[in-house]
Ligand binder design. Structure first.
Ligand SMILES: *[C@@H]1O[C@H](CO)[C@@H](O)[C@H](O)[C@H]1NC(C)=O
Ligand SMILES: *[C@@H]1O[C@H](CO)[C@@H](O)[C@H](O)[C@H]1NC(C)=O
Ligand SMILES: *[C@@H]1O[C@H](CO)[C@@H](O)[C@H](O)[C@H]1NC(C)=O
Ligand SMILES: *[C@@H]1O[C@H](CO)[C@@H](O)[C@H](O)[C@H]1NC(C)=O
Length: 451
C-alpha cells in the first residue's frame, strides 16, 4: 500500500482546557425525574432541551415508581406512557439512566412479591429491548439500575427480600431471599438487551452474584457474560463511613477501581462533609471511575464545586474523555488503493465507554461535501482510562471515488440506526485547534487528496 502514499503528515494535536463542560453522550452530570405510576407526569421536552443547551447535560435519571401496582400488573395505559417518554428523550437528543422501584418513601419497604415482580419485568421487557419496535427503546437507554427491590430500589430496606437483624439495626437477605434476588437479577439481565449494562447498588451485591474476583481483560465487554454486564451505582458518593455503607472494606474500593475499567459506575452524593470538596471529589471520581453523577443532589456538594471552580473539570473528567495526541496520515491516495493512517488516542477520563459504539472514517468531499463512510474494526470500549492507544485506520478508496480534496473525519456515532445520524449522539474529542467540528460533531483528522 506504500506506493499509494505520496508523503506522510505527522500531526501533533493540542488539548482542550476545562473552560466549559464538553457535552458528550452517556456521561457527565445528570438531572433527575421521579415518575409515580399513580400520578404519571411525563418528562418535558422543553425541560430536557433547557438542561442540554444551558448546562450541556446529556443524561437524565428516570426513577419510575410502580407505587400503585405492587400487587397487580402495570396497566396498559401506564405502559403506553413509557413510549412517549422515550420518544421525548430521542427528541431532546438525550439518554436515560433508568430505574424501576415501588417506593421512594423512607420507612415504606413495600415491594412486590417475587411472582408479581417477575411479571412486571416481563411487562417492561419490550420497552427496554432493541428490536421490538415501536416499543423498544434501548437506543436512548444509557444504562439500567437494578432497582425493583426495597425502598428507592436500593436493595436494602425491603419487605420481601431482606430481614431486619438485631431488632432492626440492619437488614440482610436470608438465604432464600438471596436466591430470590438472584432470580430477579437474572430476569432483569435477560429483559435488558445484551448491549446494555445493569448496575447494582453496592460492590457486595455484585460480588454475591459474581464472586470477589475482578473481571479479566479477556472477559470485559463480552455480552454473553452476565458479570461483564453488571456495574455499580453508588448513591452515597463520598458520604462518611465508607460512603454510608456502600463499601464494606477498603478492599472493595480497590475492587471497584479495577472493575470500573470494564463496567459502568455512577451515582449521586448524599451528604456534604469535609471530604466532599474539589480535592476529594476529583480523587473519588477518579478512583470510583464515575461516568455520571447527579447534578441536583447533594446540592451543597455540587454548589461547593461550582464556587471552588472545579465543576467543569469534574464534568469533563467523568466517564471517557478522548484526546487525539498525534497521528500519521497520507496526504494523497490513489483511487482503488488503500488508505492507512495511525492515530494515538488517549483516554484522559476515568472510565471506558460502556456501550458498544462503532468507529468510522469518513471522507468528505471539499467541493460538494459528499460523505463516504468506511467502517473500522476498532472497539472504542478498549480505549481504557489512562491508556494511550495506537489505532490503525484503513480502508480501500473506491475506484469510483471522485478525485479531489477531502477532509478526513473520525466519527464515533451511536450504535443504533435510529439515532446514529444525529450529531448530538456522536462523541466529540477533547481537542482544540480545529479537530472539533461542533456543527456535525465530527472529529477532523486532516485532509487527503484522492488522485
Ligand atoms: C456547552 O458547550 C458549548 C460548546 O458546544 C460551549 O460553548 C458552552 O460554553 C458550554 N456550556 C457550559 C455550561 O459549559
Ligand atoms: C400480567 O403480566 C404477565 C406478564 O406479561 C402476563 O403473563 C399475565 O397474563 C398478566 N396477568 C394479567 C391478569 O393480566
Ligand atoms: C463470552 O462469555 C461466554 C459466557 O461466559 C463464553 O462462553 C465465551 O467463550 C466468551 N467469549 C469470549 C470471546 O471470550
Ligand atoms: C505520538 O505521541 C506518543 C505519545 O506521546 C509518542 O510516543 C509517539 O512517538 C508520537 N508519535 C509521533 C509520530 O509523533
Amino acid at each position: 500500500m506504500g506506493h499509494s502514499i505520496s508523503w506522510m503528515n505527522i500531526v501533533v494535536l493540542s488539548l482542550l482546557a476545562d473552560t466549559f463542560v464538553l457535552a458528550n453522550p452517556e456521561k457527565g452530570f445528570y438531572h433527575g425525574y421521579e415518575i409515580f405510576f399513580s400520578n404519571y407526569q411525563a418528562i418535558s421536552l422543553s425541560t430536557l432541551q433547557q438542561w442540554r443547551t444551558s448546562e450541556n447535560v446529556t443524561l437524565v435519571h428516570i426513577n419510575y415508581v410502580l407505587d400503585n401496582f405492587v400487587t397487580s400488573n402495570i396497566s396498559s395505559t401506564v405502559l403506553s406512557k413509557l413510549t412517549v417518554d422515550f420518544q421525548t428523550l430521542r427528541s431532546a437528543d438525550m439518554k436515560a439512566i433508568v430505574r424501576f422501584s415501588y417506593t421512594l418513601t423512607e420507612g415504606n419497604m413495600n415491594d412486590a412479591a417475587l411472582t408479581q415482580l417477575l411479571k412486571h419485568i416481563d411487562q417492561l421487557k419490550p420497552y427496554l429491548q432493541v428490536k421490538m419496535r415501536p416499543l423498544a427503546n434501548s437506543d436512548v437507554i444509557a444504562t439500567v439500575q437494578a432497582g425493583f427491590i426495597g425502598t428507592w430500589g436500593e436493595w436494602y430496606y425491603s419487605n420481601n427480600y431482606a430481614t431486619p437483624m438485631s431488632g432492626g439495626a440492619w437488614y440482610e437477605p436470608t438465604a432464600t431471599q438471596q436466591t430470590s434476588r438472584n432470580t430477579i437479577l437474572n430476569a432483569l439481565m435477560k429483559a435488558v438487551p445484551t448491549s446494555r449494562m445493569v448496575q447494582l447498588r453496592t460492590p457486595t451485591y455484585k460480588q454475591k452474584f459474581c464472586g470477589t474476583a475482578n473481571l479479566s481483560p479477556s472477559q470485559a465487554f463480552n455480552s454473553s457474560n452476565m458479570c461483564a454486564r453488571i456495574g455499580v451505582h453508588n448513591d452515597c458518593f463520598m458520604a462518611s463511613s465508607q460512603d454510608q455503607g456502600t463499601f464494606e472494606s477498603d478492599a472493595q474500593r480497590t475492587w471497584l477501581t479495577n472493575e470500573g475499567r470494564y463496567v459502568i459506575v455512577g451515582g449521586e452524593s448524599c451528604e456534604s462533609n469535609s471530604l466532599t470538596g474539589c480535592t476529594g471529589g476529583l480523587d473519588q471520581i477518579n478512583k470510583q471511575r464515575f461516568s455520571y453523577l447527579n447534578v441536583e443532589y447533594h446540592p451543597t456538594v455540587i454548589s461547593g464545586w461550582k464556587t471552588a471552580g472545579c465543576y467543569n473539570q469534574i464534568a469533563n473528567l467523568m466517564g471517557y474523555r478522548f484526546e487525539l495526541i498525534n497521528g500519521t496520515f497520507p496526504s494523497s491516495v490513489t483511487r482503488g488503493q488503500a488508505y492507512c493512517a495511525t492515530v494515538s488516542i488517549k483516554n484522559t477520563g476515568v472510565a471506558p465507554i460502556y456501550n458498544p459504539r462503532p468507529v468510522q472514517v469518513i471522507l468528505r468531499n471539499k467541493v460538494n461535501l459528499a460523505l463516504t463512510t468506511f467502517a473500522q474494526t476498532a472497539d472504542p470500549r478498549s480505549w481504557s482510562p489512562g491508556l494511550l492507544v495506537s489505532v490503525g485506520l484503513s480502508f480501500t478508496v473506491p475506484s469510483a471515488q471522485a478525485v479531489g480534496s477531502y477532509d478526513v473525519i473520525l466519527n464515533l456515532p451511536d450504535a443504533s440506526s435510529l439515532i446514529s445520524s444525529n450529531p448530538n449522539y456522536r462523541i466529540l474529542f477533547a481537542n482544540a485547534n480545529g479537530v472539533q467540528e461542533t456543527s456535525t460533531r465530527f472529529n477532523i483528522l486532516g485532509q487527503v487528496t484522492v488522485q
